[in-house]
Design a binder for this molecule. Structure first.
Ligand code: ZN
Length: 480
């Protein structure tokens, strides 16, 4: 007889976008057994959810958690936000199928220790062995495919290299990958031409995968970069996901009206989605070409100067008596937060009906961007409740039903009898992010109870045992 838990009298926001309604939710074993008026005698454990929202567990569609789920499987930054599934392998960067101790840039965003999986199946087995607190679904990175196949990266792949990358990707799709990601913005992928991207993407299309991309530029040439991504997905024959959509750089601010209109037009011809995080700063490796002397930049990591982590680049430059570019060079290699977006643009993307929520958090940074710990409560608290930018049900839809459909995660993402019991219970009046740029590693408020595959895996303020259940697993793409 499997364990039963009754979530009594909560507001059920079921992940479809429809209005919430008052009901009980019965979890039996790993499954949602019943939604409605449930006889309490049916349950071994009863949790009073009056005044609380009962929602599907959140799906973080844009992460770089590939290695951290193995090394820190408690996944506190994520489960404390109500996240029950992360999609790893974004921006062209995945662990599989790369085997090396010296990963090329920007694969080092995942650390350097875990590039040891020649097949996605081996990574999946490592995830299951690590027993993370949350589920993991995986994209395969185009830059990683290049690293696995090509001896140098300053040119577009040859016919032979394209065929070998496609073959590697087909194997990964057999192992359950949800699709291909690319990061043609980054060194070591920038030289890829459309033929390379299309031929590789087509290998994911045959198995029903998606193509998620960090496009070639989010600065002045963004429309052309979006068109390139759309052509790649169209000719490759698979749905497009535009990663962390933004108009970057002060000269480009105000243009999301234009980019979203372009996306809507493209979407009349092909399936398109996008993801967004609720902050005006991006974060990535430290790069001199992103230092314009105008925007604020905060250092999140620096190998030669760890004492400067958490400081503003402009302050460091002043202290050293050099230009910001020179200060940047001295800090390399490292990472940074770049305040490269306008609030108005970000809000427009967040409110767009097609956008999903993805944290893009970087868990290996010493002083990470607060999005790692705060993204989902920030959308629900600050943007939905406090500013009224989007309805509660719409915000939940962007975190649950929409991503589950786009990434082929089957019945996860919506609450209904028979669905896997990934459930997040939160207080809509109280939920709020506490992570800031000054103090980024802060647990959010208002996430009350989180169930992963039926196991109660997180409770706010509770004296949870140090080893409370970790019940996540590797999720294979669901065949439809
Ligand atoms: Zn990216």
């Amino acid at each position: 007889m499997s364990e039963t838990t009754l979530l009594q009298n909560g507001l059920v926001v079921n992940g479809t976008g429809k209005a919430g309604y008052r009901a009980d939710v019965l979890i039996e074993g790993e499954t949602i057994a019943q939604i409605g008026a449930v006889d309490p005698a049916a349950a071994e454990r009863i949790i009073d959810c009056a005044g609380l929202v009962v929602a599907p567990g959140f799906i973080d569609v844009h992460t770089h958690d590939d290695a951290i789920v193995l090394d820190a499987p408690a996944m506190r930054p994520k489960i404390s936000q109500g996240i029950t599934t992360v999609i790893v392998g974004n921006c062209g960067i995945s662990l599989a199928p790369v085997v090396t101790r010296t990963p090329i840039e920007p694969l080092g965003l995942l650390g350097t220790q875990r590039f040891c999986f020649a097949r996605l199946a081996e990574y999946a087995a490592a995830v299951d062995a690590a027993q993370p607190a949350i589920n993991v679904a995986a994209l395969i990175g185009h830059t990683s495919l290049r690293a696995a196949v090509m001896p140098s990266f300053e040119h577009a792949a040859t016919a032979d290299e394209r065929a070998r990358m496609a073959q590697q990707l087909r194997l990964a799709m057999d192992d359950g990958a949800v699709g291909l990601s690319s990061g043609v913005f980054y060194a070591n992928a920038f030289a890829a031409d459309e033929r390379e991207l299309i031929e590789v993407a087509a290998a994911a299309a045959q198995a029903g995968g998606v193509y998620a991309t960090h496009i070639r530029t989010e600065f002045d040439g963004i429309l052309e970069a979006m068109e390139e991504a759309a052509r790649t997905a169209r000719h490759g024959g698979l749905p497009l996901i535009l990663s962390h959509h933004k108009c970057a750089g002060p000269a480009n601010w105000g243009r999301t009206g234009e980019t979203l209109a372009r996306m809507d037009r493209l979407a009349t011809r092909q399936p398109i989605g996008l993801d967004v995080y609720p902050y005006t700063a991006g974060s990535t490796v430290l790069r001199e070409d992103l230092v314009d002397g105008i925007i604020d930049i905060i250092i999140t990591g620096s190998e030669p100067h760890p004492e400067m982590i958490g400081k503003r680049l402009s302050d460091i430059a002043a202290q050293w008596g050099v230009s910001q570019q020179e200060a940047c060079r001295r800090l390399l290699p490292g990472g940074a937060c770049y305040f490269q977006m306008s609030e108005e643009d970000m809000q427009r993307v967040l409110a767009h009906p097609r956008s999903m929520i993805g944290s893009d958090g970087l868990p290996h940074d010493v002083h990470p961007h607060p999005r790692l710990w705060g993204t989902f409560p920030r959308v629900l608290g600050h943007y939905s409740r406090d500013l009224g930018l989007l309805r509660l049900e719409s915000a939940v839809f962007k975190m649950t039903g929409l991503p589950a459909a786009q990434f082929r995660l089957g019945q996860r993402g919506t609450l209904a009898a028979g669905h896997p019991a990934d459930v997040t219970v939160f207080d809509a009046q109280r939920i709020r992010d506490r992570a800031t740029f000054a103090e980024p590693e802060q647990i959010s408020e208002g996430v009350r109870h989180v169930f992963v595959n039926g196991a109660l895996s997180y409770e706010e303020d509770a004296a949870m045992p140090a080893d409370y259940p970790r019940n996540g697993r590797f999720l294979r793409r669901v065949e439809v």
